[in-house]
Design a protein. Sequence first.
Length: 343
Amino acid sequence: MNKCYLSKNYKGLGSAGNKAKTDIEAILKEIGYRNVGLKQSSYDNKIIGFLVTLLGVLKTPFSLRKGDILVLQYPLKKYYELVCNIAHMKGCKVVTIIHDLGSFRRGRLTIEQEIERLNHSDYIIAHNEAMAQWLQQHKTSAQIGCLQIFDYLSKDKAQFKETAPTPYSVVYAGALSSKKNAFLYELGNYMHSYRFNLYGGGFDASSAKNEELFTYKGFIPSDELITSACGHFGLVWDGDSTSTCSGTYGEYLQYNNPHKTSLYIRCLLPVIIWKKAALAPFIKENNIGICIDSLENLDEVLSSVSQEEYETMKKNIVTISDRLSTGYYLTHAVDEAYQYFKK
């Protein structure tokens, strides 16, 4: 029973989505999985990228052997069902690692279409328990396991600082436009005892309430951010409202694992996250941050965090950060899948 994965072309390796996927390939390779496609590439040209990925897919039937386990990363656009069918014709089992549910956020597929597509897999690794339950509720036929949180590879390490002077400052990294995260532009109305440091693109300071409370740092590559992030907490929040995570992106937090959460942890920043987010139980159980109902009372919540409580969160986050840097969570998730097929 050989363990395999399929590599592809990744356009724009600097994006968060591709970082998660290339990290997964690197971890799989490190723990003994064999690539059945072509060597990983990063051509920006759409036509070349398409052809490289297609050639890798066409190479798959000649690389697989009966009894192999093939790990696929989903979505795989046009090729997912084809590769699953090829694997099954060769007498192999398919393990699917979900990155994004297109029916939930983008609406390009109906839920029924997406479930039908995912049912080509024998085993699915969902982000977390909430996503696993959603899949079960919608009649997914595959066995389901959970990743818990995305690993985050980087040779760079944040410097551990045990104490933090108050008032605290909060980091938010990601898309900063009002179209993607309108909440940022209203947040200044509720900020008194803390400040925000923003990393990313698209922030229009002139449109933000009390703009003097925000420091716009611009875009910084993730490896640099790990060693240079300036702040005491990292915020995981999406949508157009300060009172709750709303809208398409905000509601999706109830099911997905935002990659920025892993980035904050690698930066050794305790996480502030919406109480209803799928990752909130992970943050709470590991005592590496704060779960909140609304950003409108964040001022009060942060004011109540003692120095001792903050230092405990910082010490706990070092352990989780070390795990993310070594592929701990993916290794455990794919091993559970492997053990399932060995029964």
